[in-house]
Design a protein around this ligand. Structure first.
Ligand SMILES: [Zn+2]
Length: 453
């Protein structure tokens, strides 16, 4: 079994360098933009402290329920250390809440919203800020030009804006540094143990086990590399779903939508096949053969490059189309279709994400991997001596594919990727239905002063 240990560990040293779909907010936007009710600017942005201080009883109860759920549903590796359990008697409740749900405590979690590509050319936003104001991580290709607005009490935002913005937020570092061996004070306390895979020394490498979910590993891999089973996206989804229900039920709708948006991020990650299976398109037997032949590092590099090319290509296509560049008709059609997707679909519960969605991602992996290997020039996706990330070719990827294989290659690649994005729209719609069902239970906040009156 040593070979598998080596294989899996090595693989994830490389592949975790990536973010999954680039820029989740703009990916979710077509689906959200057509719904009038979601577009109404009805939400008052609320500091996290107001929600936590106002509702600590309900939060305490919800987190205790989540602990029970974690134990009963096979997520006991994620149980909270007793010292971090949320109780109303902590001196700083907001800090205690952040530590109880075990997210990176160096981020502010104050209200903000992303200015979307669809808003461009955007109205003058003299107060807008860049990625560096909100995250300690490098912005990467897709976030370097993104602008954000810090929200004041008097601003009003729509559920669509909050949901879209929050669906990108977990990539800002919320899940970075949480493991005992990540060299952070909080990681030493959070009880997640040592990082089960991925390189703990890279800036955002440590978020990998939170954003990749291997829920359908074969017996051999599970036995040889049990660390790959210690993944957290579904556990995060269930946690944020529960917190959203508390927020809506107690009239804190802004936080209801934001928590649902956080959860949507992990749902998006899990629809991307490279986040649901360690080695797409490679059977266990083939993987074993590669180890025997000393070809493991090469295979790892190829998987990493295909994952990277996929993200670059998707981002370039989407950014171009949302800028009004109509050269990529299938992507425009996808956006239109996403906007028209059925209003009423069955709400998607967290259990179905683990059972069904991630299985479909695993099943789709071979086809997508094959398409990338076939239609993208050999050097970028099959030459193990080449490193895609940081190569400087990211912005030209569509033209590079066209130059090498003509319009036919671009069409085929569009088709393979859009098939996965259509899956994303379907599950995102199911999640949106769930959010809307939660929001209908919203109760206006009644404070003790009102009651006395
Ligand atoms: Zn992610």
């Amino acid at each position: 079994m040593r070979w598998l240990h080596y294989l899996c560990f090595g693989l994830l040293l490389v592949s975790h360098q990536l973010y999954a779909w680039s820029d989740h907010a703009n990916l979710a936007w077509p689906l959200l933009s057509a719904d009038d009710a979601l577009q109404e600017k009805t939400l008052a942005p609320e500091p996290l402290a107001d929600f936590v201080n106002g509702q600590f009883h309900a939060i305490t109860q919800a987190l205790a329920e989540h602990e029970r759920w974690s134990e009963e549903h096979g997520h006991s590796h994620a149980l909270t250390p007793a010292s971090l359990t949320f109780t109303g008697d902590k001196p700083d409740l907001t800090e205690a809440f952040v530590r109880a749900i075990r997210i990176n405590p160096t981020l502010s979690y104050e209200p903000y919203r992303q200015i979307l590509l669809a808003e461009r050319p955007s109205p003058d936003h003299p107060d807008s800020v860049g990625w560096a104001e909100l995250s300690f991580l490098d912005p990467g290709e897709s976030h370097a030009r993104t602008r954000y607005l810090l929200l004041q009490d008097t601003d009003r935002v729509s559920p669509a804006q909050v949901l879209a913005t929050a669906s990108d937020e977990p990539d800002m570092g919320m899940d970075v540094g949480l493991f005992a061996n990540n060299g952070t004070v909080f990681g030493a306390e959070y009880g997640f143990g040592d990082q089960s895979f991925g390189n703990p020394n890279l800036s955002y490498g440590s978020q990998a086990p939170f954003h990749m979910g291997f829920y359908h590993l074969d017996w051999l891999t599970r036995t040889a590399q049990p660390g790959l089973l210690r993944t957290y996206p579904v556990w995060r989804i269930a946690l944020y779903d529960r917190l959203a229900q508390v927020a809506f039920k107690t009239g804190h709708d802004y936080w209801g939508w934001r928590f649902m948006g956080w959860a949507l991020h992990y749902i998006g990650d899990l629809t991307q096949p490279y986040h649901a299976i360690p080695l797409p398109g490679i059977s266990t037997v083939a993987a074993l053969w590669m180890v025997v032949n000393g070809e493991t590092d090469a295979a790892i590099q190829r998987v990493s490059n295909r994952h990277g090319v996929l993200e670059s290509y998707q981002y370039q296509r989407l950014a171009a189309i949302q800028r009004g560049d109509m050269s990529s008709a299938p992507w425009a059609a996808w956006i239109e279709e996403a906007a028209l997707s059925p209003r009423q679909v069955r709400p998607l519960p967290p259990a179905a994400i683990e059972r069904q969605l991630t299985r479909e991602s695993v099943e789709a992996a071979g086809h997508l991997d094959h398409a990338l290997a076939t239609y993208v020039p050999y050097r970028y996706v099959s030459d193990a001596a080449f490193e895609w990330v940081g190569s400087g070719y990211e912005a030209e990827i569509v033209e590079l594919v066209r130059k090498a294989g003509g319009d036919e290659s671009v069409e085929q690649l569009d088709r393979a990727i859009l098939m996965q994005l259509q899956r994303f729209v379907g599950v995102a719609r199911g999640w949106l239905s769930r959010a809307q069902a939660h929001s209908m239970k919203s109760q206006p906040i009644v404070n003790s002063h009102d009651v006395e009156d």
